[in-house]
Ligand binder design. Structure first.
Ligand code: ADP
Ligand code: MG
Length: 258
């Protein structure tokens, strides 16, 4: 743990230590450390191909790391689906660590409401009535209660992404991972999705956010990580990393978004 991380208040929720990922001989992640404490919002920035998606997918073990450790609530995540001994199972981890993707990944033949209740009903065996009540509340939070009976292909990209966020929240995750959730959207639809995420941050949701929206990253996060060629090349406050970058590659990177 470095100085910045030690000074964060709150208990560690999700940690990566020395995380590595290779595809064959291609070393994509070369030993990444990150401690996400409760209520903290961390922004991950970096050039295309630097390993941001791979890293965030390793955090909930959608990708299997080839080295290092993932820890959830202080316990190592094991290799089996179920909890085993002192190791947390991958299934348990995924239930508590939600993910939202660039391309929404909604079920096209299910309505908005059916999309949102799917996880709680199927995975968590929540009674359907309860799941529906909670889903309607979440759809209200993202401003889409009136669209509950619509099918995804009748929604705008911004609306689809807000449904995807509601669907992730329906699992009552302790951590939410967001991977370029506004990158596929028309520019005029980006704001409505960022507003939902900003509200989540204000309400204390623990998040790791991969984004190219520098102003948003600076505004919503307490810490920014610059990932470059599979390592964290710089980390610090938004002020240090985005507004006054020292590393020349980072300077070049952020200047492209000004
Ligand atoms: P970013 O999200 O920062 O753009 P990625 O994590 O998607 O970067 O990719 C990092 C590197 O890993 C890229 O060189 C990419 O080609 C490679 N990569 C990602 N996924 C795979 C995969 N499933 N098989 C092989 N190489 C992959
Ligand atoms: Mg990516």
């Amino acid at each position: 743990m470095n100085m910045t991380q030690q000074s964060q208040t709150g208990a560690p929720v999700l940690e990566a230590a020395g995380l590595q990922k290779s595809y064959g001989i291609h070393e994509v992640l070369k030993g990444i450390d990150l401690t996400l404490t409760r209520g903290e919002v961390v922004a991950l920035i970096g050039p295309s191909g630097s390993g941001k998606s791979t890293f965030i997918r390793c955090l909930n073990v959608m990708e299997t790391p080839t080295g290092g450790t993932i820890r959830f609530r202080g316990r190592d995540v094991g290799t089996s689906f179920r909890d085993a001994g002192d190791k947390i199972g991958i299934g348990t981890l995924r239930r508590h660590v939600g993910m939202v993707f660039q391309h929404f990944n909604l079920f096209p033949h299910k309505t908005v409401l059916e999309n949102v209740i799917e996880g709680p009903v199927i995975v968590c065996r929540k009674p359907k009535k309860e799941a529906i009540a909670h889903a309607m509340e979440l759809l209200g939070q993202v401003g889409l209660a009136e669209k509950h009976a619509a099918y995804p292909n009748h929604l705008s990209g911004g609306q689809k992404q807000r449904v995807a966020i509601a669907r992730a929240l329906a699992m009552e995750p302790e951590v939410l991972l967001l991977d370029e959730v506004t990158s596929a959207l028309d520019p005029e639809l980006v704001g409505e999705v960022l507003a939902v995420i900003r509200k989540l941050a204000e309400d204390g949701m623990t998040m790791a956010i991969v984004t190219h929206e520098m102003a948003f990253a600076a505004d919503v996060s307490s810490r920014v990580l610059f990932l470059d060629q599979g390592v964290i090349a710089e980390t610090g406050s938004p002020d240090q990393v985005i507004l006054n970058p020292q590393n020349p590659r980072l300077q070049a990177f952020v200047s492209r978004f000004r």
